[in-house]
Write a protein that binds this ligand. Structure first.
Ligand SMILES: CC(C)(COP(=O)(O)OP(=O)(O)OC[C@H]1O[C@@H](n2cnc3c(N)ncnc32)[C@H](O)[C@@H]1OP(=O)(O)O)[C@@H](O)C(=O)NCCC(=O)NCCS
Length: 331
């Protein structure tokens, strides 16, 4: 067994498709209003792919941006983890498609399914490969084309989500910076609170499953909301306590962007400094596995995430899946 080393994020790249869909656009297709959407969720607009653009396309653009920031070509990447709930196809994995489109030689990889916590689960998975010394460069991508599984006649779900991707490169840290602890949980008791029932082995696609709209996102919004508010704060508290970190020590809190009210409630409960809380849901909606890297990018662009900052990441998603990560920012 090699001595464990800490993994660090050495580059970040993000991508959203150019087409923007505003709340006003939704007013034309479902019974809703800009005022309702903004007050209940914080969302003002989201980016949506054009027909024929898939998750791997977004993932590749984000990966290219990360490689460019690192100043390297695709060949040094040893493993590719694609976190997604909207793979291009059930198989082959989107990781294979990304590897091929990027032209990465000699890499292996796989998809990781954990819905809105998938980026954090992927980050930790990649970090373990680096920690054991078996890998020196792992590409972790969170990418989703949520518009491909939304029912645009269901006002309670279609307004929430957008399409987008983010990618990071993980490498060994030379010092005690980088990713240093995490808390993850899954709770399948919540499986039917947020799910896509059709198209899997339980309900393979048929005319009937399509007629019943089983190939779309189904959600019990209130139970997801309650679980998220409780759990996001809970795992963060556990993580902070066992690392002797006070909420006021956190320079940057980068949560999954599902609902501004969930983020605010978590930040309030933890006692985080308001200026440390990163929110960009107004611009992107919930891009599922894309939200956290997209929010990292927003934080950087706003000058609110700098090298050496103590960063807390947190997520709750379908499953239920729950994650929190503590790291010292390294780029
Ligand atoms: C979806 C969500 C915004 C709904 O907000 P809410 O305050 O819980 O609203 P409710 O579900 O209680 O619905 C209240 C009313 O608004 C209506 N409504 C739902 N969507 C609406 C929309 N887009 N526009 C206008 N009205 C809407 C409902 O039909 C309901 O009407 P009724 O009282 O006549 O039946 C909220 O529950 C939520 O954000 N949940 C978490 C979702 C989430 O984060 N999912 C991803 C997790 S990773």
């Amino acid at each position: 067994m090699n001595k464990l080393v800490r993994a660090k994020i050495s580059a970040l790249g993000t991508y959203v498709p150019p087409r923007v869909m505003t709340n006003r656009d939704f007013e034309k297709i479902v019974e809703t209003s800009d005022e309702w959407i903004v007050s209940r969720t914080g969302i003002r607009e989201r980016h949506i792919v054009d027909k024929g653009v898939a998750t791997s396309d977004l993932a590749v653009e984000a990966a290219k941006a990360a490689l460019a920031e690192r100043g390297m070509g695709p060949d040094g990447i040893e493993a590719i983890v694609v976190a997604t709930v909207t793979p291009d196809m059930l198989f082959p994995s989107t990781a294979c498609l990304v590897q091929h489109k990027l032209g990465t030689k000699g890499a292996w990889g796989f998809d990781l399914s954990a819905a809105c916590s998938a980026f954090l689960f992927g980050l930790q998975t990649g970090a373990q490969f680096v920690a054991t010394g078996t890998h020196r460069k792992v590409l972790v991508i969170g990418a989703d084309v949520m518009s491909s599984i939304l029912d645009y006649t269901d006002r309670a779900t279609c307004i929430l989500f957008g399409d987008g991707a983010g990618a990071v490169i993980l490498e060994p840290a030379e010092d005690d910076s980088g990713i240093f602890d995490f808390v993850h949980e899954i709770d399948g008791a919540g499986a039917c609170s947020l799910y896509m029932p059709g198209g899997g082995s339980l309900h393979p696609s048929t005319h009937e499953t399509v007629d019943k709209k089983m190939h779309y996102v189904h959600q019990d919004g209130q139970s997801v909301f309650k679980f998220a508010v409780k759990k996001m704060a809970e795992v963060c508290e556990t993580l902070l306590t066992r690392n002797n970190v006070k909420a006021s020590d956190i320079d940057c809190f980068i949560p999954h962007q599902a609902n501004q009210r969930i983020i605010q409630a978590t930040a309030d409960r933890l006692g985080l400094r308001p200026e440390s809380v990163i929110i960009n849901i107004d611009r992107y909606g919930n891009t599922t596995a894309g939200t956290i890297p997209l929010a990292m990018q927003t934080a950087r662009e706003d000058g609110r995430l700098k090298r050496g900052d103590l960063v807390l990441l947190a997520s709750v998603g379908a499953g239920f899946t729950v994650g929190a990560t503590l790291l010292r920012w390294t780029i």
